[in-house]
Design a protein around this ligand. Structure first.
Ligand code: DGJ
Length: 733
């Protein structure tokens, strides 16, 4: 890993990738290259040298060959001849333009910490960071662009700081965390979009002249679009070809866009959504953007995903949790909804323990007077009608069975019918006295106010201490409307300050209670983003636990997130979201590829099913090291066919787990069916179900699937009908 500086040309490389840019003749920064590693040499010839056409380009007054419109840039300004969208817009109230030129640079070992913001981290021997300081020629303002290259990964992490050195206030109207100009746009854009119960479906489209984007202005990263996009070569697949992946380490309003210009270049930008954003920066103050990540892969989408997976596993998820097994949990939500009492819960816990479950999670409804979703959010004291002996006593009783104990909170919300609301109506977001919009009958607490964050922290702290809590499911069931805080002078700062308040609470809770495992959740998977993984190493992927739907949700989520962060549980049938009835075996076969658990009432299981569940839990316990540390490879997409396949290979290629699924039956199928594996050791023999195959045959010809029913082979058939699945475990000799 090195950062080479030669005559104002900067080359970050680690043998896997190169990221190269230079100081242009006007002092601004020009981008030269991002991609597979290049040797050390001068790359200035990568910048266009042909004269721009005067009829369509605006050139510098002293040089007809120099136009920002045709130059690849690093952090582009508006108003100097480039009419693509700029990386930032600032103004001192007089001049809306800026002209940032190179001032100095510094190279530091490791990666500086971003105050108040979640970000990837690195020890001094794991990364190097280049800090470039630019100064504005119009006003006393400095920009610091930060680029971190990691030792072993094809990733550049970027962020930007703006420092106001003037003696007046500055207005920031746009400030992207990342901007990069790629030299051509013959690519497709892949993104993860959906809605509640069908989060992170894979979408793909050819990029064309104009702007194509994904974004959120909901106050959360959202169910609808994930802060992720990839640009793939037209011939790229899951396994081959060039892919550029981008992720925003942020949980609030975001914009991720690709602008293809009239010359067919592609500008990618990722950052806080400028819509509604306006930040006042007082003299001497600094504005710090969140982090954005860029990944390069020449091994298709899987190559990109595996880089994100490793990066998040090693440099984002906290040291505390990254190497730890997560408990097999059972959650009472779909089993009881709001209708429970202590007796019911203790019976539930006892039965769960007998099945082999490790953690019991009491979901919504244990506090205030919460018998439905119309009350009590904000009142984090136990409901003594449901739990007359109190929450500490319940926790103790659950723990005495040998289970860990977890609780659901929705810390950012307030119900109009709550003690907290009656006492502090001004703590709800909205314009006082004006109409407000409800989402799931609730309002959002004003986390821009430190006193609100403090109050909720104290409430949660009391419960965590009293119960000696092991786990928190942090939910968030609505988005932000009427974004207004009476406590703020500038409403343009609202959304960002809100999310900083959320991070503040997460930071305080995780520092004070490092042994509590957090799982983030937002009405299912409405805030599944890298920033929250920094605090909560696992996230509830979706309220939709239907095994067939989960194939798509988990396949899509794995594009950007390690599978050991994907909360995936087995629920009862008919499924509560789709009414589909899939077999218990398929539900488990899908859930194994995530953090495993159950969302059902153990008493509803027959004795035979109980034995199956016991075996499933044992199986997961014996395999979870693979789910945690192995390399995940997508083999067949549920978005492209009726069959899905994926696999995990251990780092030393000795253990392999393959998941194969067929959603609906098809008549008269092929007699010989195989699934081609990847990433194995060619010459090693792998044992599976009493048979031995070599790595090369498994990769070149495939792993045989059980014989399928074809209308005539009833006695021989090992599978058939809808909802087929099989998980294979392979062990190298
Ligand atoms: C939405 C979550 O996604 C569910 O799992 C459950 O916790 C409910 N909220 C509870 O209100």
């Amino acid at each position: 890993m090195s950062i080479l500086v030669n005559q104002q040309q900067f080359h970050l490389t680690n043998g896997k990738i190169s990221y190269i840019f230079q100081v242009l003749k006007n002092g601004q920064l020009g981008h030269l290259y991002f991609g597979k590693a290049l040797r050390e040499r001068d790359y200035r010839h990568f910048q266009r040298t042909n004269n721009p056409t005067p009829a369509s380009c605006h050139t510098y007054e002293d040089d007809a060959a120099f136009s920002l419109e045709t130059i690849q840039q690093e952090y582009p300004v508006y108003g100097k001849g480039d009419f693509r969208e700029p990386a930032f817009m600032i103004s001192d109230g007089q001049k809306p333009i800026a002209n940032f030129v190179y001032k100095s640079h510094e190279i530091v070992k490791g990666k500086p910490y971003l105050k108040g913001l979640p970000a990837t981290y690195a020890h001094t021997d794991e990364a190097e960071t280049l800090l470039i300081v630019l100064e504005d020629t119009y006003q006393q303002v400095e920009l610091e662009l930060s680029y971190t290259i990691f030792k072993n990964e094809a990733v550049i992490a970027r962020n930007v700081r703006l420092i106001n050195k003037t003696d007046g206030a500055l207005s920031i109207d746009r400030m992207m965390s990342l901007s990069v100009d790629l030299p051509h746009a013959d690519m497709e854009m892949v993104h993860l979009s959906g809605t509640w119960a069908r989060e992170r479906h894979v979408k793909k489209r050819k990029i064309e002249q104009g702007i194509q984007s994904v974004s959120s202005i909901r106050g959360a990263s959202s169910h609808h679009h994930n802060p992720f996009l990839a640009l793939t070569a037209l011939d790229a697949t899951e396994h081959i070809g060039e892919v550029f992946g981008f992720q925003f380490v942020y949980s609030g309003n975001f914009l991720a866009q690709t602008e293809v210009d009239h010359y067919g270049t592609a500008r990618v930008q990722v950052g806080i959504h400028p819509m509604g954003f306006q930040w006042n920066l007082s003299p001497g103050e600094t504005f710090q953007t969140p982090e954005a990540l860029m990944v390069y892969s020449d091994q298709g989408m899987n190559g990109m995903s595996q880089t994100f997976h490793r990066l998040y596993r090693h440099q984002l998820i906290s040291e505390q949790w990254k190497n730890k097994d997560r408990p097999v949990l059972i959650n009472n939500w779909e089993a009881t909804y709001f209708d429970f009492n202590e007796e019911k819960l203790l019976h539930f816990a006892k039965e769960a323990k007998e099945l082999g479950v490790e953690l019991f999670v009491l979901d919504d409804g244990w506090f205030g007077k919460r018998n439905n979703d119309r009350s009590s959010l904000g009142d984090w004291t136990v409901d003594l009608e449901k739990l007359p002996d109190g929450i500490a006593s319940l926790a103790e009783k659950v723990k005495s069975t040998g289970l860990q104990f977890g609780l659901w909170f929705e810390p950012e919300m307030i119900s109009p019918d709550s003690e907290l609301y009656r006492e502090h109506p001004e703590w709800a977001i909205g314009i006082p006295g004006e109409h407000f919009t409800l989402g799931r009958n609730q309002r959002v607490l004003d986390y821009t106010r430190p006193e609100v964050v403090n109050y909720i922290f104290e409430q949660m702290k009391e419960i965590i201490e009293a119960t000696n809590l092991d786990y928190i499911k942090w939910d968030m069931n609505r988005n932000i409307t009427e974004a207004y805080s009476a406590g703020l002078e500038n409403q343009g700062e609202f959304f960002h300050r809100y999310i900083l308040g959320v991070y503040d609470l997460y930071e305080r809770l995780t520092s004070e209670f490092p042994n509590v495992l957090f799982e983030s959740c937002a009405g299912g998977g409405g805030r599944f983003d890298p920033a929250l993984l920094y605090y909560a190493p696992q996230a509830w992927a979706s309220d939709d636990t239907d095994a067939v739907e989960r194939l798509k949700i988990q396949y899509g989520t794995s594009m950007a997130y390690p599978i050991y962060s994907i909360g995936s549980h087995i629920s009862a049938v008919p499924n509560h979201q789709t009414l589909r009835e899939t077999p218990l075996s398929m539900r488990a076969d899908v859930a194994y590829f995530g953090t495993f658990g159950y969302e059902l009432d153990p008493s509803s299981l027959s004795n035979e099913e109980k034995e199956i569940v016991k075996a499933q839990i044992k199986r997961y316990q014996s395999l979870r090291h693979l789910v945690r540390d192995g390399e995940f490879i997508r083999l067949q997409s549920p978005f492209e066919s009726n069959e899905t396949a994926w696999m995990i290979v251990s780092k030393d290629q000795t253990e392999v787990l393959v998941g194969w699924y067929k959603a609906s039956s098809t008549p008269n199928p092929r007699t010989n069916q195989f699934v081609k594996l990847r990433g194995l050791a060619s010459d090693r023999g792998y044992n599976v179900d009493g048979e031995k195959y070599f790595g090369d045959e498994l990769m070149l010809h495939g792993l045989p699937l059980p014989v399928e029913f074809n209308g005539a082979n009833g006695e021989q058939a090992e599978r058939g009908g809808d909802f087929q699945s099989k998980v294979f475990y392979l062990k190298a000799e």
